[in-house]
Structure formats: C-alpha cells, structure tokens
Write a protein that binds this ligand. Structure first.
Ligand code: TXE
Length: 489
C-alpha cells in the first residue's frame, strides 16, 4: 500500500523510490516505505494550501474540530497495540515504553480537543467609545510544515498535529526518515475520524530533500520543528526569506542538581532514570549530574552500582530495561563524545565500550556510561551526546550549583533535589530553562507548557500556549456610527 498521503489520497513517491526501515535492535527489515522527493513535498504543500484556502477545515466550528480530535484519541486507544508495536520496531524502544507513549498521545489529542472546543480565547475589547465594537479573535496560522524526529516519533508528532488541527490549520507532516510507521498509522486514524481531504498530508523521506522544501516554500505559513540544534538553525534560516512563523524544540543539556540533604535513595533512583531512560535519547535527559561535594563519592558510587545492573535488550525482551541507539551513525557520535571526554580528563566509572554480549551484536547498543570529574568546558558536558552518558560535576554551594547548571547554551529542563523547600524554590527561580522539576525528573502533562529558553528553541508546545502557537490574533474594529472625521480640514 502506498505510504504518502496527499490531498486525501494514498500515493507512491513521484520518483518511485523506497527506503528500507530496519529495527535498530537487531537490524531486521521492518518494511520498505515510499521515499518522497521535492516533487512530492511540493504536491503536499499545494494540497494543504488548497485545503486551507478553500476547504472546510479552517471554517469548521472549533467545537466540531475538537470533537474530531476526541475521536482520534479513541482510535488511538482502540489501535494502541498496533501503534505501540510499530513505534517499537522503528525505534528499538521497549514495547512497554511505546505503550506508555500511546496513552500520553491519546491524552494529548483529548486535551487539545477539549481546549479547542472550549474556545474562550476571543475577547471583547473596551476601546473607550460607545460607538466602537472591538474584538480580538484567534484564527489559524495557515499551512504548517511539521517536522519531527525519531526518538519519540508519534509523541512529538501529536504535540504538533493536535494543536495545529484544533486551531483550524492544515499541515504537511514529515516524520524522521528513520521512524515513519506511526505517522502513517496516524494519517489513517485522522481519515477514519473524518478529517477533510487535504487538511493532513504526509511525506516521508530525508531532511535535505523532502524536509528542506517544506521550510522554504512560500505557500507555507509556519514551520514547527523538533530535532537537533544544527538542523534547527538551518530551518530558521530557510524560513527567514518568507518570514514564516517558526516554532523550534531543539533539545537540551539538562542539569540534575543534587544537594547533600536530598533523600539519597530516591535521588539516586531518579538520577538513573533521568539520563538512561530510552538510552539517553530524550530531549530532557538529565545528562549533567551536579552533586554537592560532600555527597559526591557516596552518590556516584551508588549511581554506578545501580547503573551496572541496567539490562539492555530489544523491544520484546521483557527483562530489558533500555534498548539500542537509533542508528550506527548515532552510536558513533555517542562514542566520539565519550572518547573526547576521556581525552579531556574525565574519569570513566562505568561503560564506555560496546557490549560484548553476542545476543546484542545485531543492534546499535551502547551501555550506560558514567564519566566522573567532568568540567564545564568539555565537549561531552557542553554538547548533547543524546546517548546513555552521564557526566558528573561537583559543586560547593548553591551559587556554584546554579552557575554550573546555567553554563550551557541550552535551556530546556533541569531538576533540583533537596530536602529544603526554600532552597528548592530559590534554585528553581534561578534556573534558565523551560521546565524545572523539584525532587522529580521527566514528568510532564499536556496542560503545562513545554519548551526551551536560550538555544533550546523558540515557542512552546502543550498547554494553552501550545495552542496559541498555531493561532494568529486578529483585531476586528467596527465603528458603529461612522461619520466624516475631517482630519485634514
Ligand atoms: O536530527 P535532525 P538527527 C538531537 C540529538 C541528535 C541530533 C541529530 O542531539 O544527536 O539532534 O539528530 C529533519 N530541513 N536531537 O540528525 O537532523 C529530519 O529528516 C528540514 C534532539 O536525527 O534534527 C528529521 O525529520 N528538515 C531532538 C528531523 O529533521 C530536516 C530529537 C530531525 O532531524 C533537515 C532528535 C532540513 N535541512 C535529535 N535536516 C529533540 N529535540 O528531542 C533534517 N531534517
């Protein structure tokens, strides 16, 4: 069956090319899917443009749009097993984690379905005159290019698709070329839920050939992108000549600050989860552990002891606790960061070499790795390795902890562990990042905004601001008693 979805039709790639998708856990072929090119991207943009300018979706009442999103949430729940399996085969992620993701995704559709339907963003303005009727209304931005990565393929797609549709936009989605399958399933669900033709379009393929045209085409009004910093900068530049609205989520290098008065076992437990969840391929991964000097030795010893027990394995291995990296190229990159860190003086406490277990030899596995005695200038501390690599730095006091935490170009998330509530709030207020967890790590809810300060991005996803991102405010002013003004007399 063809896998590109353009103008309500399933179609093959214009150039007839396909791409093999292989499971990163063992290299088995998942499927060969259509590989779009610039011609397909242009056709998808044309379909989205036409659907926006002439189709029913932008003019559908918000409450009805919301109801459609609620139907999509039900379809996601109905087909959860198929979605989760597809996600795990593409990413190598444990099936149970993909299942959690699918629950979150259904919740995301439900949240934006209800938020959009509730309306309430339009308002009457008191313009100071009884002869004026002044209102601010919110309209869709237009045609949106939605470009998503491979680590949480459908989750990151849902964070864009749900608010974009709730607000009445039409879109072209380009998922990562490595993980296309849940995007294909989502298009089927949107069609089944009754979305009009052309409102949702899907192209599959590489970033430079099919992604890039979506960021420069003058018929596109907005680009929403989640991915790496380097690609994010390129997309911002590509969108500049036509001054598109841009929303970017570009990852982070997130500090996890542990004070000596933190509850020891819980802080250790979460320090592991913070960085090793999904083998570190998480934008909010707590990859920089900052530990108070007096706690350092005991804390790092315990982190190392427990990290050593983390079992690697494929999506359907019930004993595995984390999976492979997404690709050979990505594992090479992670390895290079570890090598650079060691060359720059870090002390290897755990990991640092590919696993020897022959059962894992077919996948892109890399073990939990702990680098101690790290310093701010090291590339492994500064850059997002996006692998299971924990760097450890020491601090003496609160000021030094905050300074180290903020010493990064990123600003996505951070955490502080302490038994002192006053200190927790002081530190939270001083951290320059979009999310701060106090005595926790990683939770998020669709009701609360998600996004980064500094070079972690532009704009917010989720929450009311996540809907507003896909809206334009329009001020409508009506003079109810017009008469000559005689300005020039
Ligand atoms: O991501 P890219 P990559 C970080 C992480 C990772 C690094 C590179 O550090 O190691 O990014 O990963 C599409 N125009 N994150 O190379 O390139 C591409 O096809 C338009 C953080 O896989 O950012 C894919 O669909 N699109 C992150 C998407 O961009 C382009 C999640 C992401 O790919 C394009 C993933 C172009 N010129 C990686 N070039 C997070 N924030 O969670 C590529 N793409």
């Amino acid at each position: 069956m063809p896998e590109l979805f353009i103008g309500g039709q399933w179609t093959t790639a214009a150039e007839g090319r396909t791409r093999e998708i292989r499971c990163p856990a063992d290299g088995t072929l998942v499927a060969a899917v259509d590989e779009a090119g610039p011609e397909d991207a242009a056709a998808a943009v044309a379909a989205a443009r036409d659907a926006f300018d002439r189709g029913p979706w932008p003019r559908t009442p918000a409450a009805e749009r919301g109801r459609l999103l609620l139907r999509v949430a039900c379809l996601l729940e109905r087909d959860k097993a198929a979605f989760a399996r597809a996600e795990s085969l593409d990413t190598g992620k444990r099936l149970v984690e993909s299942e959690y993701d699918m629950d979150d995704i259904a919740n995301c559709f439900r949240y934006f379905g209800n938020l959009g339907a509730a309306g309430g963003t339009d308002r009457v303005v008191d313009a100071g005159s009884p002869e004026t009727d002044s209102r601010v209304v919110h309209e869709p931005v237009g045609v949106c290019s939605l470009i998503t990565p491979w680590n949480y393929p459908l989750l990151q797609t849902a964070w864009k698709v749900a608010p974009a549709l709730a607000a009445g936009n039409t879109f072209v989605l380009k998922p990562s070329e490595l993980t296309p399958h849940t995007a294909i399933l989502l298009m089927r669900a949107l069609a089944e839920a009754g979305l009009p033709d052309g409102a949702a379009n899907l192209v599959l393929g590489a970033g430079d050939t099919v992604g890039a045209p979506l960021t420069s085409d003058e018929r596109v009004d907005m680009v929403s992108f989640t991915g790496g910093l380097v690609t994010g900068r390129r997309i911002m530049a590509a969108a500049a000549p036509t001054v598109k609205k841009v929303a970017l989520e570009l990852g982070g290098k997130n500090p996890n600050i542990v004070f000596a008065d933190a509850e020891f076992d819980t802080a250790v437990d979460y320090a592991l989860m913070a960085v090793f969840l999904h083998s570190g391929q998480v934008c909010s991964a707590g990859a920089r552990l900052l530990v108070e000097d007096s706690l350092h030795d005991a804390f790092v010893d315990e982190v190392v002891r427990r990290a050593r027990e983390i079992r690697l394995g494929g999506p359907f291995d019930e004993h595995a606790r984390t999976g492979p990296l997404i690709s050979a190229a990505h594992r090479d990159k992670v390895e290079a960061y570890v090598a650079a860190g060691l060359a720059e003086g870090a002390v290897l406490r755990l990991g640092g070499a590919r696993p020897e277990d022959p059962a894992l030899s077919g996948g892109f596995y890399y073990p939990p790795t702990v680098l101690d005695e790290c310093a701010p200038g090291m590339s492994v501390v500064r850059d997002e390795s996006f692998g299971p690599v924990l760097t450890v730095e020491r601090f003496r006091d609160e000021d030094e902890a905050v300074a180290l935490a903020n010493d990064t170009v990123y600003g996505l998330a951070g955490a502080v562990w302490t038994g002192d509530a006053e200190r927790a709030h002081r530190v939270a207020a001083r951290l320059r990042c979009g999310t701060v967890w106090i005595n926790d790590f990683h939770p998020y809810v669709p009701q609360a905004e998600w996004g980064g300060m500094k070079q972690s991005g532009v704009g917010r996803e989720l929450g009311p601001a996540g809907l507003a991102e896909y809206q334009e405010a329009k001020h409508i002013w009506r003079n109810t008693a017009p008469r000559p003004q005689r300005w020039f007399e």
